[in-house]
Design a binder for this molecule. Structure first.
Ligand code: SF4
Ligand code: SF4
Length: 355
């Protein structure tokens, strides 16, 4: 017989997820049609949510200002793929007991991809119906959404990615727990290089007496920065377009516009191009994850502890100048030429045979 306990045991010990919880379908009663699980699986009874931790060291290179790929690959794209295979194994396990189950994509943004065509099924919302993963994780009792809109757990603070399995199996739900991690310090907003997180305005819902609320997030500004088009946090953009002034905090763009611009510029920046097989995360989540992680670690709120550096970093994050360092007259419309050597003063290169 399939029970919540048996499923969790399998997911934790065999699939090696880091934490798992269950929400019953009733907790989604107020969800809008294009986020409602029953519009994907009409007989669904449970929403199973699990997390896999983002390894803390993947943020180190960006914090040091020296190495970007670790986070983009191992903290982001590859980890998301691992969630997919975990969801598949969990769904397959449930199916052994005769219940339908499926993993769900977290690409909520896929709603914006393409103009909506006619509704395939009369009376149903148009594609794509996508669950709000962070709300689902909250309703499954795994943790809470912080002011940053990032999901927080007591095990890893803001360091995890979320996977969801929808099933027709009726499983014992976990209690919802909110209000025990985020103290509204707003460090996430202060250290966000895009100024994307409002310090004042919030968005929220209520479920079973729990207020689930987060700071209003400007997705366009976040996405421009996430894609490395913010000179404050992306040396790649500053290098390729030295004369361009693009203060991200002043831009008014949609998530989709920012996405298109990011992809249009990939081929022009070799450092990005090498990562383009993965959705890149050049920002390194410097405010919403790194800033929050430091704050929660300082308060002793994260169970996953580290011996040598209990708090990830005590230093203020580095920040590059937003305005161009020089004028057009000085850089003469510089065109990036990959054949020309870097002219930076890298002492370690002198006389080294490692090259
Ligand atoms: S930094 Fe973390 S704890 Fe502080 S307000 Fe932001 S989400 Fe909450
Ligand atoms: S990913 Fe970067 S730009 Fe987006 S909210 Fe987090 S810190 Fe700000």
């Amino acid at each position: 017989m399939l029970t919540a306990e048996r499923l969790k045991e399998f997911a934790l010990n065999e699939v090696r997820v880091d934490k798992i919880g269950i929400a019953n379908i009733e907790r989604f009663a107020q969800a809008p049609p294009d986020m409602h699980p029953l519009n994907i699986m009409p007989n669904a009874r449970s929403v199973v949510v699990f997390i896999k931790r983002i390894v803390r060291g993947t943020y180190r290179g960006i914090d040091e200002g020296t190495h970007w790929p670790s986070y983009s690959i191992f903290g982001y794209a590859h980890l998301n793929r691992m969630l997919g295979s975990s969801a598949y194994k969990i769904a397959r396990f449930i199916e052994r007991f005769g219940y339908e189950a499926t993993g769900l994509s977290g690409a909520a943004a896929s709603r914006e991809i393409g103009v909506r065509g006619p509704r395939p099924a009369p009376g149903k919302p148009a594609r794509e119906v996508v669950l709000h993963h962070r709300i689902a994780a909250t309703l499954a009792g795994l943790g809470e959404i912080g002011w940053s809109k990032v999901f927080l757990t007591e095990e890893f603070g803001p360091r995890q990615r979320i996977g969801v399995v929808l099933t027709e199996a009726e499983l014992e739900p976990d209690p919802i727990r909110t209000g025990h991690l985020c103290d509204r310090c707003k460090r996430c907003a202060k250290e966000c290089p895009a100024g994307a997180i409002s310090t004042e305005r919030s968005v929220g819902i209520e479920v079973e007496g729990h207020r689930i609320e987060w700071g209003d997030l400007d997705l366009g500004k976040c996405k421009l920065t996430h894609f490395g088009l913010n000179k404050r946090s992306s040396p790649f953009f500053a290098k390729r377009f030295p004369g361009l002034s693009l203060p991200v905090s002043e831009q008014e763009v949609t998530w989709r516009e920012a996405w298109d611009l990011g992809y249009a510029l990939f081929p022009t920046m070799p450092a990005f191009q090498s990562l383009a097989a993965h959705p890149i995360a050049i920002c390194g989540a410097r405010g919403c994850i790194q800033g929050c992680m430091k704050h929660l670690e300082k308060r002793g709120k994260v169970k996953n502890r580290f011996r040598t550096r209990p708090v990830f970093s005590e230093a203020e994050p580095w920040c590059l100048p937003e305005t161009p360092a020089h004028t057009f007259a000085e850089h003469h419309g510089f065109i990036y030429d990959p054949e020309v050597d870097e002219v930076e003063d890298v002492e370690s290169q002198a006389g080294s045979s490692w090259y």
